[in-house]
Ligand binder design. Structure first.
Ligand code: CDP
Ligand code: CDP
Length: 221
């Protein structure tokens, strides 16, 4: 049965998933779906509603009713209940809370449903933690992007600094390590490469070279 191209990109924080996924999507004229932004939006809603992040039942409840919308324009705006949360979801407090929220099975069920709905609209490049293993198990191409923990933390630290957020490198590295551990060790859809994923270690690689490699793999079919 014919369908449009689906590319799954998974990996730990700072591996370059969203940067690379956006460029690949543009080249191949596919939708780009940032699933991490959806989990971040739920964490944002919980925190701003005064719900303790450890309250699985209450967080699951707000996830059921949250209207999370990813805009497909160049700006890639992220909306939650009609509010533009694009910037707010990148804050360190959200980064620290998001993996706890993402471990809740009911939160995941709801967001996976939205993600599959996005994929049903047409060809996609989707990035996250469980895209190749769970969300799109039939994807045409599965990439597991990684890089050394040191380099990933450095990339994120520079990114935050460029956004005017001066956070000590050690703090960025520690938060990232903790989040990766939470994502890898959780019971529901943990971060792991799908058996049929191509693992790309991007340590020392430039964005354009990674994009070129993925385009090559996509063409190989
Ligand atoms: O961009 P970064 O790698 O920092 O993170 P993200 O892609 O925005 O994802 C934020 C968090 O959402 C991850 O650390 C996971 O806890 C969760 N997530 C997930 O569990 N499953 C996904 N498919 C995507 C994100
Ligand atoms: O989505 P993920 O957390 O995997 O990573 P990202 O947000 O795409 O990339 C994190 C930062 O690293 C961004 O500022 C990228 O521009 C940068 N980056 C890099 O310098 N070299 C690479 N090969 C990949 C990403």
């Amino acid at each position: 049965e014919r369908h449009e191209l689906q590319i799954a990109i998974d990996g730990p924080a700072g591996a370059g998933k969203s940067t690379v996924a956006k460029l690949v999507a543009k080249q191949l004229n596919l939708f780009y779906v940032d699933t991490g932004a959806m989990y971040r939006a739920i964490a944002y809603k919980a925190l701003t509603s005064g719900i303790p992040i450890n309250d699985e039942e209450k967080v699951s409840q707000i996830a059921q009713t949250a209207q999370v919308v990813l805009d497909h324009s160049e700006e890639r705006l992220v909306w939650c209940d009609g509010q533009n949360v694009t910037q707010a979801i990148r804050n360190p407090e959200i980064s620290r809370a998001v993996a706890t929220v993402a471990a809740y099975s009911k939160v995941r069920e709801r967001l996976v449903e939205l993600q599959r709905r996005e994929a049903a609209r047409g060809g996609v490049v989707m990035d996250g933690r469980d895209i190749g293993t769970h969300v799109l198990p039939g994807a045409d191409l599965k990439i597991f992007l990684t890089a050394s923990a040191e380099e990933r933390a450095k990339r994120r630290w520079i990114e935050l600094r460029n956004a005017g957020k001066d956070i000590p490198f050690e703090e960025v590295a520690r938060d990232m390590q903790r989040r990766d551990r939470q994502d890898t060790e959780r019971e529901v859809s943990p971060l792991e490469p799908a058996p049929d994923a191509k693992i790309l270690d991007t340590t020392g690689l430039k964005v354009e070279d990674i994009v070129a490699e993925i385009l090559r793999l996509a063409q190989e079919g």
